[in-house]
Design a binder for this molecule. Structure first.
Ligand SMILES: C[S@@+](CC[C@H](N)C(=O)[O-])C[C@H]1O[C@@H](n2cnc3c(N)ncnc32)[C@H](O)[C@@H]1O
Length: 285
């Protein structure tokens, strides 16, 4: 099978997350944000032979993913609710994968809810978070803005897109094409996934270890410093935290992808003009 044009799934980090789950002795795992199962099915394949259990939370996953869950009832179950409703029902887990709605309000409250269920069960917290890098580190994305209280919602657009180095959303660029809306501005308080993790860490009485692997939109790892596997987890992720070579490769990958989007946008305009019978517009560059 050929690689997708844009690597984007949390599943790309399986070479790190599965050894981490092994080190932590994890057998009961929850993933928030299943989509097409790009990561969840990796977890399922890993958990199956270990007799583990997987629960996924996603109000609107892909149909093929639900077929996969139906074919793996002994292993997996799906909760079709938004995370903030589902986490108290699902309860404590050995590990969490947080990859649902990538905005400050949702991620801050997901972490707070996860911390509550873990503390109530007397179990340490281990969470892997996706999209802690550009573009959602410091800018909210909303799959369903109506689910976010109005006073916690950034002004946003369903049409505009984002570009490296530009704080303001603008026409073109990386965008949701109807699947999600983006905050009009990058940065500032209560904006973005990484800001949510930092604010959660500052508000919590628990001492957490944090590492961020700067590739494929950024993987964050958060766990109790008192976690029994803390030393192994820190050895695994500590050397990758904000790794400058990975960060440079990621930035180059993103710049190249944004160039591809520009080419696609120009090609779409040209073919629309041809269909219209008009002369293709001339463009500098
Ligand atoms: C980026 S995709 C997840 C990708 C997947 N984890 C992977 O690595 O391949 C985000 C998913 O989160 C789901 N989602 C959006 N809001 C959510 C929420 N409040 N709670 C749980 N899932 C949510 C969306 O329906 C979407 O399927």
């Amino acid at each position: 099978m050929s690689e997708p044009l844009l690597l984007h799934s949390l599943g790309e980090f399986a070479c790190l997350t599965l050894p981490a789950l092994e080190a932590a002795g994890a057998s009961v795992i929850c993933e928030i944000g299943a989509e097409h199962g790009g990561n969840t099915t990796h977890l399922g394949r890993w958990l199956g032979p270990r007799g583990g259990r997987l629960v996924s939370i996603d109000p609107s996953p892909g149909a093929a993913y639900l077929d996969w869950v139906a074919a793996h009832r002994d292993l997996a179950r799906h909760v079709a609710l938004p995370s903030l409703e589902a986490i108290p029902q699902v309860g404590a887990q050995d590990a969490w994968f947080v990859d649902g709605d990538h905005n400050w309000y949702t991620v801050f409250h997901e972490l707070a809810a996860i911390e509550r269920v873990q503390r109530a069960a007397g179990r340490p917290l281990l969470a892997f978070l996706h999209d802690v890098g550009w573009p959602w580190a410091r800018r909210d994305l909303y799959y369903a803005p109506d689910r976010i209280p109005e006073d916690a919602r950034q002004p946003h657009s369903w049409d505009l897109g984002v570009r490296l180095g530009a704080a303001a959303a603008a026409p073109g660029g990386f965008r949701g094409c109807g699947a999600f809306a983006v905050a009009l501005r990058e940065g500032g308080p209560r904006n973005g996934v990484l800001t949510a993790v930092e604010d959660f860490g500052a508000a919590s009485p628990v001492e957490y270890f944090w590492a961020s692997v700067p590739g494929v939109f950024g993987l964050g790892v958060l766990f109790d410093r008192a976690h029994p596997a803390a030393a192994d987890l820190a050895n695994l992720f500590g050397p990758l935290h904000d790794h400058p070579l990975l960060a440079k490769l990621e930035r180059s990958r993103l710049a190249n992808y944004l160039t591809v989007i520009d080419w696609q946008d120009r090609a779409a305009v040209t073919s629309a003009e041809r269909a219209d019978g008009s002369e293709p517009a001339r463009r500098a560059s």
